[in-house]
Write a protein that binds this ligand. Structure first.
Ligand SMILES: *Cc1c(COP(=O)(O)O)cnc(C)c1O
Ligand code: SF4
Length: 459
């Protein structure tokens, strides 16, 4: 811990010119940043700028690609439209209107998040919860719906660009507690966002303490999904609020529950500053585990040595490599996508070069509408080249650990691109999914022609 708390300074689109390193970039690059940042969420802070990005390597620097918007993240036509507006100094209204129409075309809620995962209590939808897999409920606290910086590839981006109708949050733990009491099959609550670690510890306690006090026997673990150890590690090391956060983790443990920090690390650089290392070590000392996950992203981490080094760093600090995800079908997907075949090669290359302590990681995994689907192998059976796929989590819990096969396709980037192997017409889960979508579309139809319903119908 330092004597004085480190001050957090945040920069969004309007403050681009206040970043000295950005002012030093060519005018054309600055126009590009301003144009794309009007469409995709943009937020960085002084730590990311000063400690993580190597400005001598911009634009190829992986952390710059992770946090600063790039031309290729929009279609050529959309980019021309936006950069045209910026260059002629168009009004804010014009910029926002154009940006909004582009955003709505970018699949704001992938994988049936809205239509399929929102649970019900007393006949009404619980907007602050998602319940997709039997054991784990996701909880979205209202004050945790932003992050210390934004990832350009974020699949939650719709929440950050103010498509307000699409937000799902809750302001208190009451409904969560009632839901857990009615659903003893749920053992894990995952606080997510945005990033719940943007909340002060005091606010976090308002959610966690009632949950502990409720004495729900079936609840075993509290997870926090966060990128704060990467984007603002001082959250865990610096000042009274950080000390109190460590006490809170210990308190949860003392109440007999497991604390899991689901840490999002995209690149080993994020684990190589002194403060980031101190943050992870300090969390681990509270008895919490730090499990690490990230998507595989072109321009950021699309090679095996980067993953191997990242997993190695995690193990050194007592953290646990957990998931490598495939980038979801949303936002600037074309810019980031890595084909499944290549993802499998990168994963395998990295997996082979670390010790068993890092091989707790699973991937590459797609968080698709039917479940988390692992690309488990590329193989040849009966003369046919195949992907061996496996459910790590299924919308039907009975699918977990079930293998199935798809025809090999070098350019496929997502489950939807794949065809079943051995001449079958459809995957075994297809009928179940059709039925589910039909039933939920029936519910949504009552809501009228608003944006939410339209998006839900597309999911
Ligand atoms: C990944 C995920 C979880 C947690 O899955 P684990 O495999 O238990 O980590 C829960 N809910 C949703 C919607 C998820 O995508
Ligand atoms: S930290 Fe997570 S929620 Fe926040 S921008 Fe990055 S991916 Fe999205």
């Amino acid at each position: 811990m330092t004597d004085q708390t480190r001050s957090y300074r945040v920069f969004q689109r309007k403050q681009l010119d206040r970043i000295p390193q950005v002012r030093a970039l060519p005018a054309e690059t600055r126009d590009t940043l301003s144009a794309v940042a009007a469409v995709l969420p943009f937020r960085v802070n002084n730590y990311v700028i000063d400690e993580l990005i190597d400005w001598s390597r911009v634009p190829d620097d992986p952390i710059y690609q992770l946090t600063f918007p790039q031309e290729g993240m929009l279609s050529a036509a959309d980019f021309e439209r936006m950069v045209g507006l910026v260059r002629r100094g168009a009004s804010d209204e014009e910029v926002v209107a154009s940006a909004r129409s582009i955003q709505l075309g970018m699949n704001p809620h992938p994988a049936g998040q809205l239509s399929l995962n929102v649970p019900r209590l007393d006949g009404s939808e619980l907007r602050g919860l998602q319940h997709k897999y039997r054991e784990t409920v996701l909880f979205f606290p209202a004050q945790g719906q932003t992050c210390h910086a934004y990832c350009t590839y974020c699949f939650r981006w719709a929440q950050f660009v103010g498509i307000d109708e699409l937000k799902f949050v809750d302001r208190e733990a009451d409904r969560l507690i009632r839901y857990l009491k009615l659903h003893p099959e749920v053992s894990d609550v995952l606080f997510t966002g945005g990033d719940p670690m943007v909340m002060s510890t005091k606010v976090l306690r308002r959610y966690v303490e009632p949950l502990l006090a409720a004495g729900i026997d079936s609840l075993k673990s509290i997870r926090f999904g966060t990128k704060a150890p990467a984007y603002w590690p001082y959250r865990f090391t610096d000042g009274e609020d950080a000390d109190d956060l460590m006490r809170l983790f210990e308190q949860i443990g003392d109440a007999g529950l497991h604390v899991a920090i689901m840490a999002h690390f995209s690149h080993p650089r994020e684990l190589e500053t002194d403060v980031a290392r101190a943050a992870v070590r300090r969390i681990v000392r509270t008895g919490a585990t730090v499990r690490c996950q990230a998507p595989l992203i072109r321009h950021v981490n699309d090679n095996a040595p980067v993953w191997a080094r990242m997993w190695q760093r995690q193990v050194e600090l007592g953290a646990v490599p957990y998931y490598m995800f495939v980038e979801r079908d949303t936002g600037a997907r074309d810019y980031f996508a890595v084909p499944l075949a290549r993802a499998y090669e990168i994963f395998s290359g990295a997996y082979r070069s670390v010790s068993g302590l890092a091989r707790t990681v699973r991937g590459p995994s797609m968080s698709a509408t039917p479940g988390k689907v692992l690309v488990d192998g590329v193989t040849t059976l009966q003369g046919q080249r195949l992907f061996a796929l496996k459910f790590l989590q299924g919308r039907d819990a009975g699918w977990t650990n079930r293998l199935f096969y798809a025809r090999y396709d070098e350019s496929a980037v997502w489950l939807d691109d794949l065809e079943p192997a051995f001449g079958e017409d459809e995957f075994f889960f297809a009928r179940f999914m059709d039925e589910l979508t039909r039933r939920r579309a029936g519910h949504a139809a009552g809501g009228g022609g608003d944006l939410r319903t339209r998006v839900a119908a597309q999911a």
